[in-house]
Design a binder for this molecule. Structure first.
Ligand code: ATP
Ligand code: MG
Length: 453
């Protein structure tokens, strides 16, 4: 059932419009002014509002402003008398969908409504589609639509319930902790604790007692018994973050825990059985660490049974727009702002940048840009210089991780030649001069790089 609310101070118009809309199958309510219309809004819930622009007290523009503030989804069509077209156009800028000039025939009004309905249906379809995509791209708190991340979602779902140790690797900020949490939440242990410890952040002398706990009197400061993280995580999951930083002495002890599934508090003589799922995470290449003698090979093989390697963001750029939208929505809710757009230039920069700090860097970038934004969109100027600089193809090439001098030299050479030709307006003799190469060499390179003049 399509509901239309008609707002006009002229009684005659209200009566006439109501009767022919009703005849056409619409459910209709009428109001003589904006206040009365607003009073009807909640109980009636119109799909369309047909409103006069100019009325004695509040007008169509006031109604539009209130609807916008309330977030009311009704589609507004304004009616304007001859001579009020400016107001009607202003109303459309303020969010009205269409306008119709008075006096109008019944047919005209119905046509306008029909058009609005079609658009409404399209919008609804779009919204449903978007939600569907979002649903498919969300796994616990992880958002991603790239094939590589979708494969990780599948892996997590498949291995969550096993007790086998999982090794999560990836550059800083790719979402290793999120993956660890998703593993916990998808497992039968979800009701148990999730405990995370950063092995790199705790001094070696404290880490052992932190992990295993101690008995009173184990050392001078041990005035009471203390439960370690392994025991705290009992029947749950323990994330050993930055496991590559674990000192060799503790690596031996960890291996023992993994094999025996028991721990011993410092200063204690008895073993305690623990039931903990271990997830290890690191941004290091643990295999290389074993070869360098910094990581025990036996421990490496013990924890590397189920590895999950999260690719850096620059290798799954299709996730960037999704993440940007997600962070924008979240910050809008947090800051009470309404920034929903991204200028085409800003979008391009975000897509091209190499993101060495991965999703965390993107998260911080969006937050910063929203604080700086002066309009309801993020502009290129709101992005930090390092990202704006990525426009430069040389930067782009360098941040790609390319090491070949030959390839890099070619990228730079081509840029310089193009630049010289632009500057000399295609004059090859002059271009060869500023490039400090021979005319013949330039001709050869123009052909080699397929530069069209
Ligand atoms: N796919 C994603 N969807 C939504 N948020 C993400 C995603 N990946 C990362 N994040 C967010 O980015 C930030 C960094 O993620 P996380 O802490 O999991 O990364 P990390 O790999 O553990 O980083 P580090 O190596 O620095 O510890 C967090 O705020 C996290 O919520
Ligand atoms: Mg982390």
């Amino acid at each position: 059932m399509r509901r239309v609310l008609v707002v006009d101070d002229e009684e005659n118009l209200r009566v006439v419009v109501r009767s022919f809309l009703k005849r056409d199958g619409y459910e209709v309510e009428v109001a003589p002014g904006v206040e009365e219309a607003l009073a009807l809004l909640e109980s009636f819930g119109p799909d369309f509002i047909l409103t006069d622009v100019r009325m004695p007290r509040l007008g169509g523009l006031d109604l539009l402003a209130t609807l916008k503030a309330k977030g009311d989804p009704a589609t507004v069509i304004v009616m304007s008398a001859y001579g009020n077209v400016d107001l009607a156009l202003e109303a459309m800028k303020a969010g009205a969908y269409d306008y119709i000039q008075k006096p109008f025939k019944a047919e005209e009004l119905l046509l306008t409504l029909r058009k609005a309905e079609e658009r409404e249906a399209l919008r609804r379809e779009n919204r449903a589609l978007k939600q569907e995509i979002l649903r498919e791209s969300t796994f616990e708190e992880i958002l991603a639509k790239s094939a590589s991340m979708q494969a990780i979602f599948k892996t997590i779902a498949k291995i969550a319930d096993y007790k086998t140790t999982v090794l999560v690797t990836g550059e800083s900020g790719v979402g290793k902790e999120l993956v660890a949490r998703a593993l916990h939440k998808r497992s039968a242990r979800r009701g148990g604790p999730f405990v995370a410890v950063n092995c790199g952040a705790i001094p070696e002398s404290l880490l052992e007692s932190e992990l295993f706990g101690y008995r009173r009197g184990a050392f001078t400061d041990a005035t009471t018994d203390r439960v370690g993280l392994f025991e705290q995580a009992n029947h749950g999951t323990l994330l050993l973050d930055e496991i590559g930083e674990l000192p060799l002495s503790l690596q031996v002890k960890l291996l023992r825990v993994l094999q025996e599934e028991t721990i011993r508090r410092l200063g204690d003589s008895k073993d305690i059985k623990v039931d903990v799922r271990i997830i290890a995470a690191t941004h290091r290449d643990l295999h290389a660490e074993t070869q360098a003698g910094r990581f025990r090979e036996d421990l490496f093989y013990r924890i590397n049974v189920l590895p999950i390697g999260i690719p850096p963001l620059r290798e799954r750029r299709e996730d960037v727009p999704l993440l940007v939208e997600h962070f924008m929505n979240r910050n809008n809710a947090r800051f009470g702002t309404n920034i929903r757009q991204l200028s085409p230039e800003a979008r391009r920069l975000l897509l091209e940048y190499a993101w060495p700090g991965n999703v965390r860097e993107l998260e911080n970038t969006i937050e910063r840009a929203m604080v700086l934004a002066e309009k309801d969109s993020i502009e290129a100027d709101d992005l930090p210089e390092r990202i704006r600089e990525a426009r430069d193809p040389i930067q782009l090439h360098l941040t790609s991780g390319e090491l070949s001098i030959k390839k890099t030299a070619r990228v730079i050479e081509e840029i310089l030649i193009r630049r010289a030709l632009t500057k000399t307006k295609g004059n090859r003799t002059r271009a060869a001069e500023v490039l400090e190469i021979s005319h013949r060499a330039l001709l050869y390179k123009i052909k080699d790089y397929r530069i069209d003049l």
